[in-house]
Design a protein around this ligand. Structure first.
Ligand SMILES: CC(C)(COP(=O)(O)OP(=O)(O)OC[C@H]1O[C@@H](n2cnc3c(N)ncnc32)[C@H](O)[C@@H]1OP(=O)(O)O)[C@@H](O)C(=O)NCCC(=O)NCCS
Length: 171
């Protein structure tokens, strides 16, 4: 997408980033149920997607056990979700996914930056993630955000993912 077209698209659908609350469970469920199969192939953070699972995640975030930020449109729909799970445990895990219409416009980077700012505010010593080896867009974004490949992991096929970590550096 050219820069001019991107600016036009942003005028049509201005998006913003905010913390998700327990009251967002139904909308978060709608987001996960609307993701097309090619996005779900890369990004399937919940084994099951239903209102109970969404509520549990958002209640955990409300209790400070997880970080959960949404990319939302003016009409309130969720267009992207990024989170860190188990922030009080040894190896908190990051995830991010955007609807295709929100991708490639700089929002993924902004959403991830907002989650990492929160991780730094909480002084999380490390954050981990896995990314499929062929997912160059996500891998490049993660490297730009300070993650390094530390090994391999299995998702759909044996060792089809990079395992990455980001170590907190005091500024
Ligand atoms: C991966 C994802 C979160 C990136 O968000 P995005 O909004 O599309 O990306 P941005 O426009 O913010 O670009 C951020 C960086 O990603 C990289 N990137 C984005 N699209 C890319 C592409 N098609 N090819 C290569 N790199 C790309 C670039 O390095 C870019 O950096 P730049 O801003 O310096 O150019 C988003 O595309 C997505 O949700 N994809 C589907 C689900 C998924 O793969 N989730 C990750 C699972 S591990």
């Amino acid at each position: 997408m050219t820069k001019e077209k991107r600016v036009e698209a942003d005028k049509r659908t201005p998006l913003s980033i905010r913390q998700l609350m327990p009251a967002d469970a139904a909308e978060l469920l709608r987001f996960y149920e609307s993701l097309p199969p090619d996005v779900v192939w890369q990004f399937q953070p919940f084994a099951e997607v239903n209102e109970q699972v969404m509520s549990k995640h958002l209640n955990n975030a409300d209790d400070g056990e997880e970080i959960s930020l949404g990319l939302t449109s003016r009409d309130g729909s969720i267009e992207g979700h990024a989170f860190i799970r188990s922030v009080r445990k040894d190896r908190p895990g990051f995830g991010i996914g955007l609807m295709p219409r929100a991708q490639g416009r700089g929002w993924g980077r902004k959403l991830m930056q907002a989650v990492m700012d929160e991780a730094d505010r909480l002084e999380l010593p490390m954050v981990k993630l896995i990314v499929m080896k062929h997912n160059h867009a996500a891998k490049t974004l993660y490297e730009k955000m300070g993650f390094e490949i530390k090994g391999e992991a299995t998702s759909r096929a044996e060792n089809d993912c990079h395992y990455m970590e980001r170590i907190y550096r005091q500024r």
